[in-house]
Design a protein around this ligand. Structure first.
Ligand SMILES: Nc1ncnc2c1ncn2[C@@H]1O[C@H](COP(=O)(O)OP(=O)(O)O)[C@@H](O)[C@H]1O
Ligand SMILES: [Mg+2]
Length: 264
């Protein structure tokens, strides 16, 4: 297939199978999705529907069995500095301070010491960790570690952020705070974001567009536009428009497999 596209991210008829005993397990089938520059897209769906597989393909950590994944019009052939990846587990170096963790990718990119420090401190401030810049990860709460991971991802200036259930391990209140902070960061430092979650509220609160996936085989089941203005505040979260969208997404997730609530 030679479809050309101006989309920032383009997934075209992707199929991914894994060997399973004597058969093959279809993790993704016929998945097509275009994401525009600076768009914030969330993906929600029951556990095992292929969300992480899709993200890993875009991150360059898995290859599609057939179909294509393109970033900036080019086939993804491996990880790249234009794609920052954030996982559920806090992937920080435990022996480095917050600042050194954030500086790490900048060092790899060859920036000098003072420039590294300046950039790191800017993003540490943006995620509200300035008082912990010299702390080691073990001194941070889960939410703070994830903020550090976000600062680290932003610091290397990727044009795309791929986030796989980054707030999944956090308590509800911390989650809400980090959602607001992520949107605040995104509004100041626009990026194209693909954010995976199994939380319907989170999917709606963050996104320009919510992609609902279904399992067996993993596929796109529905795509829902979220026409709520940014900045999104507590007020937006409690609005009737939000409730309506949440119900619509919930309905889409729930009714594909009655009895299996999203991700549980
Ligand atoms: N490396 C692998 N080998 C075999 N099966 C896999 C592999 N990775 C994922 N799968 C299977 O593919 C399906 C989708 O997995 P995943 O993308 O992790 O789903 P999700 O993130 O939506 O929970 C699951 O059933 C999982 O067991
Ligand atoms: Mg997953």
């Amino acid at each position: 297939m030679t479809t050309t596209t101006s989309a920032k991210i383009s997934v075209q008829e992707v199929r991914k199978t894994f060997p399973l005993k004597n058969e093959e397990f279809v993790a993704l089938d016929g998945v097509s999705l275009d994401i525009a520059d600076n768009e914030f897209v969330t993906v929600v769906g029951p556990s095992g529907c292929g969300k992480s597989t899709l993200m890993n393909i875009l991150a360059g950590l898995e290859t599609p069995t057939s179909g294509r994944a393109l970033v900036d019009g080019k086939d993804v052939v491996g990880p790249g500095p234009e794609r920052g990846v954030i996982f559920q587990q806090y992937a920080l170096f435990p022996w480095l301070t917050v600042r050194k963790n954030v500086e790490f990718g900048l060092k790899v990119a060859g920036l000098g010491a003072s420039e590294r420090r300046e950039r790191a401190d800017y993003f540490i401030r943006i995620v509200g960790l300035e008082q912990f810049a010299d702390a080691l990860p073990k001194m941070l709460s889960g939410g703070m570690k994830q903020r550090c991971a976000i600062a680290r991802a932003y610091a290397v200036n990727p044009s795309i952020l791929l986030m796989d259930e980054p707030f999944g391990a956090l308590d509800a209140l911390t989650r809400v705070t980090l959602q607001e902070q992520l949107l605040d960061t995104w509004s100041r430092e626009k990026r194209t974001v693909l954010f995976i979650t199994h939380d319907v509220d989170e999917a709606v609160f963050l996104a320009n567009r919510v992609v609902v996936m279904a399992a067996r085989p993993g596929r796109i089941y529905d795509v829902i536009d979220v026409d709520l203005p940014y900045p999104r505040t507590e007020e937006a979260r409690l609005s009737p428009e939000f409730a309506q969208l949440r119900n619509r997404v919930w309905h889409s997730v729930y009714h594909q497999a009655p009895g299996i609530a999203a991700g549980r």
